[in-house]
Design a protein around this ligand. Structure first.
Ligand code: DP6
Length: 343
């Protein structure tokens, strides 16, 4: 069901789980930032272990939503104002889309600690969209509708977490989504080792980064070369050609940070250890390992690798000075509904 008028009396509790994703070609710059309409297409891999879980319970006789978040101590507490505000904004847009007027109790937790330097907005808002949809409509919407419902959170990357495997979010014709599965998770068992070099929250949000992107003198050229780069990454995935995949993945990651660093004002996400990881991963490749780096808008490095190379890559990453921990994840099969509540 896309739009409609949902019946209050039929709403029940629902719990959903969705994973984070790592972009190979990045969403960076928007045509409409508030609606998260991207200026360029992107492609990502949906992860498996780095997940958000969200329970949605309809409330009666209240006039606002209750937003809870599991904090570091492990207890479920009212969420901090900024997070609660983003969630309420997403709930309002979901209610409008589904034609539902009631309020909810929302309880969210992440499988990865807040200090792990992993972005939780894509997984969090996708899990929220699925839990609320299932609560109001009695089941999951189709994946394409879920993808759109995740996008209207304002976290554009959430639109890709609605699907498993290797996922394209096209910018044409309207950029409103939905995302599409380009290859299922079973196509290629890629691993993602996240070398965590920064645990505090980044100083410039992706939202501000999107806004600043067009101020870079290199931004126009980026948009020109992206179609060819997208073609190359899709071909490399299709043929499971790791060498080409590594080239294009790193080219794109550097380009994203080139745009950020040449924006006005300039945005620097890297830490010295970021560069150390990039260098070490190149060295790993010349030593015959299949490993390739990418970064989102942050200092941590996602090292994509094959299962055969994973143990050696993990060992070498953990030894790099400045790498606090290495989080191991892999391609995953997309969001799902769960039986047990977040409580
Ligand atoms: C660099 O606007 O989706 O990760 O809401 O903070 O998750 P958040 O950001 P969003 O921008 C994502 C920017 C990116 C690239 C990408 O994932 O495509």
């Amino acid at each position: 069901m896309a739009k409609g008028t949902a019946d209050h009396r039929k709403a029940g509790s629902a719990t959903a789980e969705a994973a984070a994703n790592i972009a190979f070609i990045k969403y960076w710059g928007a045509v409409d930032l508030e609606a998260a309409i991207p200026a360029n297409p992107s492609i990502s891999m949906t992860l498996s272990s780095c997940v958000s879980r969200c329970s949605c319970r309809p409330l009666v006789g209240v006039s606002e939503d209750e937003i809870l978040f599991r904090d570091e101590s492990g207890s479920l507490n009212p969420a901090v104002a900024a997070f609660a505000g983003r969630v309420r904004g997403h709930l309002d847009r979901l209610r409008a889309r589904m034609g539902y007027e009631g309020y909810f109790r929302i309880a969210t937790e992440n499988s990865f600690p807040a200090g792990a330097g992993m972005a939780s907005s894509a997984s969090g808002f996708c899990a929220l969209a699925l839990a609320v949809s299932a609560s109001v409509e009695g089941g999951a919407p189709d994946p394409e509708e879920l993808s759109i419902r995740a996008r209207i959170s304002g976290s554009g990357s959430a639109t890709r977490s609605a699907m498993g495997g290797y996922v394209v979010w096209p910018s044409e014709p309207s950029g409103e989504g939905p995302a599409k599965i380009r290859f299922p998770a079973s196509h290629w068992d890629l691993r993602d080792l996240v070398a965590v070099v920064q645990t505090e929250e980044k100083k410039v949000s992706s939202l501000d980064g999107h806004k600043l992107a067009p101020t870079s003198p290199h931004y126009r050229r980026r948009l020109e070369v992206l179609p060819e780069r997208m073609e190359r990454v899709v071909r490399a995935l299709s043929e499971r050609d790791f060498a080409t995949f590594a080239d294009v993945l790193e080219e794109e990651a550097i380009d994203l940070h080139l745009i950020a660093m040449s924006s006005r004002p300039a945005v620097f996400y890297w830490k010295p250890a970021t560069l150390a990881v990039l260098e070490q991963v190149r060295r790993m490749r010349s030593d015959g390992l299949e490993a390739a780096s990418t970064m989102d808008a942050g200092a941590n490095v996602h090292v994509l690798c094959t299962p055969e190379s994973e143990p050696a890559v993990a060992e070498r990453l953990a030894k790099i000075p400045g790498v606090g921990r290495v989080i191991a994840d892999r391609v995953g099969s997309g969001p799902r509904l769960l039986d047990s509540e977040v409580n």
